[in-house]
Write a protein that binds this ligand. Sequence first.
Ligand SMILES: Nc1ncnc2c1ncn2[C@@H]1O[C@H](COP(=O)(O)OP(=O)(O)O)[C@@H](O)[C@H]1O
Ligand SMILES: [Mg+2]
Length: 265
Amino acid sequence: MKEAVNGDKPILAVRDLEKTFGSVVAARDITVSVPAEQTVGVIGANGAGKTTFVNMITGHLTPSKGTILFEDKDITGMPSREITQLGISRSFQVAQIFPTLSVFDNMVIAAAVARRAGGLLGNVTTPVHSPDAIAEADATIDLFQIDRYRNTTASQLPQGVRKLLDIGMAVVGWPRLLLLDEPTSGISIEEKFDLMNVVMSALKTRKITVLFVEHDMEIVARFADRVLAFYDGTVIADGTAHETLDNPRVQELISGVRKPGGAHA
Ligand SMILES: Nc1ncnc2c1ncn2[C@@H]1O[C@H](COP(=O)(O)OP(=O)(O)O)[C@@H](O)[C@H]1O
Ligand SMILES: [Mg+2]
């Protein structure tokens, strides 16, 4: 599973990306290059184009213009299933879990699906509870520190644990790039940091490059190596968390970003 870090070669290279819905330009002129193992925060007001950007990378939306390269392979407009097979995974704003099944069963199904996706339809007869799927599920349950909930029905889980399960299910197939769309939404301020500590250390352990959309600027400042600020469909700032959050245009245009002196915009 382990691979050498490929020097300065980007794992993801997006060029001149654009998405229009009729007359609405949801994303435009997006050019971003992400080195392997970087943790990239994505900020911006509602409607700024963050989810559209994520959806184009994961193949849930086809770009109107531009190109997306993943590990030098052109994935522009590929179906999401093929993109997942290549090593890109995601979580959604609303957790995609089976509420009546246990944590372990959810994870083992995600592991089995990931294995089938990797091996295509030839493996369709592989039982869900194969030894490999069980091993991957247990390793990921441990990695996300939810082993004491292993046999708990998902619908009974505290919200934070449910998020960990959801993200764990996106990671159980060993993706190399993960996209998280508002992973801390619906989580109390007190719990957010603990949640993100577990998630980010798990991703570091597996050397996963991550782009995460986040509204809480303290979380962004704490966890992102780099921050992209979206406004009106495009990237208006791209730099370290400090650089982006201190950018006057970002402070003017994106609410919640601190102005000098500590007041909120
Ligand atoms: N399927 C769609 N059809 C039409 N307009 C859309 C669609 N998806 C997003 N949009 C529009 O594109 C813009 C960007 O939306 P989105 O990417 O969801 O923003 P964000 O995630 O930053 O809140 C918004 O104006 C939104 O209304
Ligand atoms: Mg969104």
